[in-house]
Design a protein around this ligand. Structure first.
Ligand SMILES: Cc1cc2nc3c(=O)[nH]c(=O)nc-3n(C[C@H](O)[C@H](O)[C@H](O)COP(=O)(O)O)c2cc1C
Length: 308
């Protein structure tokens, strides 16, 4: 594959345990991004610090930050620098209401001066390589067009565009016309994100956008973690998926203490994993309050799944 493939950050899903397991069972991804880290009461969140301690040991993972202004950005980048990481991704795409109301994530996009303020962190830390992940706007993609001169002025290794507004959420196709215009006007390498669900989907994007430098895939890889390996046969796919499930289970059993916590996280994992599996079994797996019953449903799904 000519374009680089990045694994999108997904809060609550693509944590350290997930990334390590994915890398050892499937691989094929150039880089992973942590779910966003943020400041609370003037310091980095405790859970983010835990994640950061792991990222130190993951050569292929870049920490992502969700700052409101250059002050918050500097607090986060200093911690990341101290942890030994030299790459940082800046989030300007999160559409969650609370985040947007706090003028973070996609909430910052209508304010060019605030975007410029956050991006000024790139000048303050020249030893760090920054990238940016953004949506096309809060309510309208007109936000994007006024930000291009600001984005072009700073030093970034790439910009990932999820060409939907925050208002559009996660459904439907990203706006390819908006993406095409951004690709032609942005002076940095550009990465496509949003609804890539198959290997053919990646190929098609390469054909449609020859100047593309990479693709970032989130839910597509959660659903079909073998997506980047069309060369594997059914037996190989089955062996890898079963191995993947078992390793994730073991990792979460070590990470979380009580049975209910393990169950909750495994059920969240299965919200995305194998969406085309037997519907009745999946419903039972999602609803059960028993970890023992959950394991039984999961084993049956993995056994009966059509891996072609
Ligand atoms: C549950 C969930 C959590 C997410 N968390 C993050 C996050 O922490 N940082 C981020 O930049 N994007 C986050 N995203 C957005 C994804 O990285 C990605 O941009 C989006 O899902 C579209 O790509 P996809 O269709 O390939 O999944 C999240 C999305 C979902 C569904």
């Amino acid at each position: 594959m000519e374009v680089s493939v990045f694994f999108a950050p997904l809060q609550g899903l693509t944590d350290h345990e997930f990334r390590l397991t994915y890398e050892s069972v499937f691989g094929g991804v150039k880089e992973y991004f942590t779910p966003f880290m943020r400041v609370e009461s003037g310091v980095i969140r405790k859970s983010d610090l835990r994640e950061l301690n792991f990222v130190q040991k993951e050569a292929k993972t870049t920490p992502q930050i969700l700052p409101k202004n250059s002050l918050e950005a500097a607090i986060l980048v200093e911690q990341i620098y101290a942890a030994g990481c030299r790459r940082v991704d800046i989030n300007m795409g999160c559409p969650f209401v609370k985040v947007v109301q706090g003028v973070r994530g996609a909430g910052i996009l209508p304010y060019p001066e605030k975007v410029a303020d956050v991006l000024s962190v790139t000048e303050k830390f020249p030893e760090i390589t920054f990238s940016l992940k953004m949506r096309s706007g809060l309510e309208s993609s007109t936000d994007l067009w006024s930000l291009i001169p600001i984005i072009n002025k700073v030093n970034l290794r790439h910009v990932t565009l999820h060409a939907r507004t925050a208002k559009e959420g996660y459904d439907g196709e990203p706006d390819k016309k908006v993406f095409a215009r951004f690709l032609s006007e942005c002076s940095h390498p550009v990465v496509y994100n949003g609804n890539i669900l198959s290997f053919q989907g990646v190929k098609k994007l390469q054909e449609d956008f020859p100047l593309l430098s990479g693709v970032m895939i989130g839910r597509g890889l959660l659903a079909h973690p073998d997506l980047l390996h069309p060369e594997w046969n059914c037996t190989e796919r089955k062996a890898r998926c079963v191995d993947f499930y078992e390793r994730i289970y073991d990792a979460y059993a070590r990470k979380f203490s009580g049975e209910m916590q393990i169950l909750k996280h495994m059920q969240e994992f299965w919200t995305y994993f194998m969406p085309d599996a037997d519907k009745k079994l999946k419903k039972k797996l999602k609803k059960t309050q028993s970890l023992f019953a959950f394991e039984g449903y999961a084993q049956r799904i993995l056994e009966e799944y059509n891996y072609s």
